[in-house]
Design a protein around this ligand. Sequence first.
Ligand code: NDP
Ligand code: MG
Ligand code: MG
Length: 333
Amino acid sequence: MAELFYDADADLSIIQGRKVAVIGYGSQGHAHALSLRDSGVDVRVGLHEGSKSKAKAEEQGLRVVTPSEAAAEADVIMILVPDPIQAQVYEESIKDNLKDGDALFFGHGLNIRFDFIKPPAGIDVCMVAPKGPGHLVRRQYEEGRGVPCIAAVEQDATGSAFELALSYAKGIGGTRAGVIKTTFTEETETDLFGEQVVLCGGTAALVKAGFETLTEAGYQPEIAYFECLHELKLIVDLMYEGGLDKMRWSVSETAEWGDYVTGPRIITDATKAEMKKVLAEIQDGTFAREWMAEYHGGLKKYNEYKQQDADSLLETTGKELRKLMSWVNDEEA
Ligand code: NDP
Ligand code: MG
Ligand code: MG
């Protein structure tokens, strides 16, 4: 069983006794910086020249300095800039400002797991990763609750890195809900696998294939959209609340029978064999290396894929249909 930690297991005074730099003020950065500040922690935000979020951070009462100044002032440095640029920010602004006994924090393990960032031996390397988007992390904190976090230590130079990570997690409300101990390796590999195989890649491919099968057979795209994409939310909400069991309790017996007999014809042993290959390519670093090459090569294929899907019948149909549903919010936060 996983090891779980709550408020009583974490000592907030540890992080209150440190100087924290939060580098980046996006989804996670704003939530961490504001909640740490409200937990009585000395926080500064490190943002690059021309940052879009600088004004917002200042309006919200935070002191904004450059990433190098933030790293120089602080002894706990949380890196919350996009994963593909973390190594560059580390090289340019953080590396030379690290002193023995400092701690480098991450919200995701990719750069450490695949050695894009190689911190020196004298510092603690920790992860505190909320299992939810930053805006929920902040809202839950303000309401006196929290989003569960996972925490890990890659390098324990001081001998008390995990206590520090738990204290940080308490500062953003994580221990109110519960913190699960993991490793950088487990977090990184399962996160990449989940998003590729099930959450984003697998689900999007399933929706597209189902929609195309119906429309190629001559059914109206609007009807196919409802059946293959729109209704997915209702099903996922039920799974989220009560697992497969609650979903099957709620759908008709006909749907439940179809689930049992047809599901395994769609996701077959061959699909699972491919999942194992995907996992192996994540574990041996192939995926991470290819993604970094694509990102730093100007995102050519990425933009091609994006455009292809934007032009697809599924997406153009959905765009029109969602206008009929005033309760569906089509804006990006
Ligand atoms: P966002 O893309 O939301 O935010 C990135 C922030 O970094 C922005 O404020 C951006 O500034 C800033 N930034 C960009 N370049 C630089 C730079 N050179 N120097 C300093 N700041 C810079 O990131 P996320 O919050 O989504 O992700 C941050 C980390 O958290 C990642 O490791 C991610 O994997 C992890 N994570 C994210 C989750 C999420 O909910 N999104 C969930 C769990 C973990 P500006 O826009 O002002 O120009
Ligand atoms: Mg991820
Ligand atoms: Mg039906």
